[in-house]
Write a protein that binds this ligand. Sequence first.
Ligand code: MG
Length: 182
Amino acid sequence: MKIYQKCIPDAYHASIFEIDYPTLKKQGINSLFFDLDNTIIGYDEMVLNHDQVQLLKKLSEDFKVLIISNTNYKRVSKALENLDLPFIYHAKKPLKCGFKRALKITGMKKEETLLIGDQLMTDVFGANRFGMRAILVRSVKRKSDRKITQFNRKIEKIMLRKIEKNMPSLYNDRLKQYVQDH
Ligand SMILES: [Mg+2]
């Protein structure tokens, strides 16, 4: 399988609030991994707001919820201070090590786990190559102060072009809106 084929999400949504979670549950998903930066909160925000906290609390009633972030302990623990959720910091997505650590914590199988994130190259590619489904969401804020993110966005552009060329219907269905939104 080509690399670009692993960069295709199951779906694209405007935010974590737009995802049809009950349908995921019916499809056999029992655990949700969320990226933090620009998926739940903007890269420049420190803590979750009331709605974000409530959503994650509600989802925790039906799913094993875990936050998997490439950022540092201080930022992740501060953002989640009002929630009792497990998290992985320095996850090194798209490498497999963080996903493995996360599954050890949840005790779930990767087949019943789905990742929700805003980046094609770390979140979607990382989850898919590990054998997990992934949903792409619109970045809370497109900008990022991280150099590595800007690098990833360049690779992402190349992948998007390959998907558009080789798999146009999947591209139109799941990625066209993502490109238009950013
Ligand atoms: Mg992110």
